[in-house]
Design a protein. Structure first.
Length: 244
């Protein structure tokens, strides 16, 4: 089994797990609304953050700092849920800041060996790229990329507490391509040619994926131009638009 197949299999399992968790959470939430004795912590945002962190870590082979951050924040608040004042609430914000700092250091020093080609930390960037495949990480900043490759093969974007915009109107694809993204407390905007078909397989947890393109007839779409979106969106948004 090659790396790509293994990653796709792991992503598929993560999606199934996410769906199962959402259904389970919904069932407990329904039981609580039916006035049954359901512990409040089960349907709390703290539990959701813990589960989202675990799923993110599993999906990325425990090499995702965003997963560790969600797990850490959820754990701190969950501990205080069962043992009030066990952790001084005044320390929570500094702990969050430290976790974010560790995430920045991890990406900057390539601790996990992710080999990201482009990183934007506390910065805004505008870039025109002719690369066929794009790797980019944005933390506490915003970037805009205009892709001009005529044989675009896909991209991998990580956006945390910031925004990423990718413009594909000047790009071309010769086969179905995949854009993988991890959006946490941020936004991702993808601008595509109007004749491309876009298939979204992004798992959203307390986030949204919106296709804001104007409706056009299927006849106008090119069957060879298919863009597949994969990944996760937590506490953020993914927006798909086109200029007609």
């Amino acid at each position: 089994m090659d790396i790509q197949t293994s990653n796709n299999d792991r992503h598929q399992k993560a999606k199934i797990l996410t769906g199962a968790v959402v259904v389970t959470f919904g069932m407990f939430y329904l039981l609580e609304k039916a006035h049954l004795n359901i512990p409040g912590w089960i349907v709390s945002w703290k539990s959701i953050l813990l589960v989202a962190g675990l799923i993110t870590l599993y999906k990325h082979r425990f090499q995702s700092m965003s997963g560790f951050i969600m797990l850490g924040i959820g754990s701190v608040f969950m501990i205080n849920e069962f043992k009030p004042h066990f952790i001084d609430s005044n320390l929570i914000l500094p702990i969050v800041v430290i976790l974010i700092g560790l995430s920045i250091l991890g990406k900057s020093l390539n601790i996990f060996g992710m080999n990201k080609k482009n990183q934007y930390i506390f910065d805004d960037g505008v870039d025109q790229s002719s690369e066929d495949f794009i790797n980019s990480t944005t933390i506490f900043g915003g970037i805009k990329k205009s892709i001009v490759s005529k044989n675009f093969l896909g991209a991998n974007f990580e956006t945390k507490f910031g925004g990423t915009e990718i413009n594909l109107t000047q790009a071309d694809i010769q086969q179905p391509v995949v854009i993988s993204s991890s959006t946490v407390f941020g936004g991702l905007k993808i601008i595509v040619p109007s004749n491309w078909e876009v298939k979204s397989e992004i798992s959203a947890m307390f986030g949204s994926v919106e296709d804001k393109r104007a409706p056009i007839s299927d006849v106008s779409r090119d069957p060879n131009k298919i863009l597949i979106l994969k990944g996760t969106c937590a506490f953020g948004g993914v927006e798909i638009i086109s200029y007609v």
